[in-house]
Write a protein that binds this ligand. Structure first.
Ligand SMILES: Nc1ncnc2c1ncn2[C@@H]1O[C@H](COP(=O)(O)OP(=O)(O)OP(=O)(O)O)[C@@H](O)[C@H]1O
Ligand SMILES: [Mg+2]
Length: 456
């Protein structure tokens, strides 16, 4: 907290002095205010990094009313200001409620010095991290808006820097007539990127033909791509191939790693000369086709194993765009989830946490399916964590405990429950949906003394 300015707002001289000494020793610059008015005036002048405030400002008062008012005024004028509430047990519940409103924490008076210092340090760090994240978000949004103003982004949804970089490159290379190879795991959005390239290319008004090399057997794939003359093979009728269909436009070759050797040789030739022959024909045809290919397999590995031609690889990947797995860009999870939700549906906070925890081996496709299934199965328009059916250790139920215990309650919730039930652990446990033993375990882990709620 070195060099940070902390403002202590408390009517009690002794408290202010004690906090001043303690926090000055920690390297902070401490300023004091004896009344809410004085404190708010000081805040209005700017330069304060964190507030420590009392809840009662008159000798007899215990309601915390003034403290609540002060906290609300601070939140209104300075929404991001970290605030530590110093409270007696009598107004603990209020403090817990207020803390839920954002960057704030509370401590019971009399306070523990070490814990106060830790609390202040944590909040300052949180604030710095939030500031940084907000700045990044602003930069990204500006850059994305600017990009969306100049290019057709096909409605792609993201909030991560990682995908932004991919989209940016895609728009940059779209106009050039060079082959692009898009790599990335299943369902990560390779086809969406291919669509962005097509939509912003010089041939965007030409045909856009997609061929999945993984979906057809080798012999059919070749006639599919290059066409065939009647009698080229048993029962074959004359047909135009996809290369001809894509002439003057874009051909998207999906799962290119599955192309058999003869197909690879032919593809290489088209890329080099634009020329090919239909199966069973000696007539050479010429096309102008922009090639965008995609693979979720490692082509380098396939080259090492002799299954993929190295010269073809270098032809295809003049530009390589790598779409990262969803697990490497968790910023995109919630925006995508909301995008896939049916209108009128929403996710509970718990559901959002479960989505953020999940690893998404099936990437965006898995997320889309998960949200669609949950919308169908949810009993109401609010989709909860259980509706998502994500079988992770964090969301699967623990034998013998009720669903409320699926997420471990935090310190504020436990202390709030203890305060509500005057420190009676059994009652607090029932309130939290935990067994008494597991509440004890959790309290022990968090360092909450069992007797604390009785006395204060
Ligand atoms: N960023 C995104 N914004 C909106 N929709 C997306 C995004 N990424 C993927 N999708 C959607 O998720 C689904 C899967 O994406 P896509 O088909 O592009 O993945 P892929 O990488 O081509 O998968 P595969 O390897 O299985 O072919 C599609 O319905 C697509 O529209
Ligand atoms: Mg695909």
């Amino acid at each position: 907290m070195h060099g940070r300015t902390l403002l202590v707002i408390d009517d009690n001289d002794a408290v202010r002095t004690a906090l001043d000494v303690l926090l000055t020793l920690e390297g902070a610059r401490v300023e004091q205010a004896a009344t809410p008015r004085e404190g708010l005036d000081r805040l209005a002048r700017g330069g304060v990094d964190l507030v420590i405030q009392d809840m009662n400002f008159q000798r007899e008062a215990t309601s915390g009313r003034e403290g609540i008012e002060l906290f609300r005024s601070i939140r209104t004028a300075h929404p991001d200001m970290p605030v530590v509430l110093m409270t007696a047990w009598t107004s603990l519940e209020t403090a817990v409620e207020l803390v839920k409103a954002g960057a704030a924490d509370y401590l019971a008076k009399p306070w523990d010095n070490a814990r106060l210092v830790t609390t202040v340090r944590n909040l300052l760090q949180l604030r710095a991290a939030l500031d940084q994240e907000r700045e990044r978000q602003c930069r990204l949004e500006r850059s994305r808006d600017e990009l969306a103003g100049r290019f057709d982004l096909r409605g792609i949804v993201y909030r991560s820097d990682a995908l932004h970089a991919v989209v940016q490159t895609a728009t940059q290379v779209a106009r050039a007539d060079v082959p692009v190879l898009i790599t990335g795991p299943n369902g990560a959005g390779k086809e969406v990127i291919a669509e962005i390239i097509q939509a912003n290319s010089a041939v965007r008004n030409g045909p856009f033909v997609k061929v999945n090399a993984g979906a057809l057997p080798a012999d059919l794939l070749e006639s599919e791509l290059f066409g065939a003359e009647s009698g080229a093979y048993t029962g074959a009728r004359a047909r135009e191939g996809r290369f001809e269909a894509a002439d003057g436009g874009t051909l998207f070759l999906d799962e290119i790693g599955n192309l058999p050797p003869t197909g690879q040789a032919k593809l290489l030739r088209v890329l080099q000369t634009g020329e090919f022959e239909r199966l069973g024909s000696s007539q050479t045809r010429r096309v102008r086709v922009r090639i965008v290919s995609a693979t979720n397999a490692s082509l380098l590995e396939a080259i090492r194993q002799g299954r993929f031609r190295e010269d073809l690889y270098y032809r295809l990947n003049v530009i390589e765009l790598r779409v990262p797995p969803l697990a490497e860009r968790r910023d995109d999870v919630l925006p995508l989830a909301r995008h896939f939700l049916e209108p009128g549906y929403e996710l509970t906070a718990e559901a959002e946490r479960a989505l953020l925890r999940h690893d998404w081996p099936g990437n965006v496709r898995e997320l889309r399916n998960c949200i669609q299934r949950a919308s169908l199965l949810a009993g109401s328009s609010k989709i909860g964590a259980l509706d998502l059916g994500l079988a992770s250790s964090a969301t699967s139920s623990v034998a013998g405990e009720s669903p409320a215990s699926l997420r471990e309650p935090d310190r504020a919730e436990i202390e709030g429950a203890l305060a509500r039930h005057e420190g009676v652990v059994a009652k607090a446990a029932r309130d939290l949906g935990l067994t008494r033993q597991s509440l004890y375990r959790r309290m022990e882990k968090l360092g909450i003394a069992a007797g604390a709620a009785d006395g204060g």
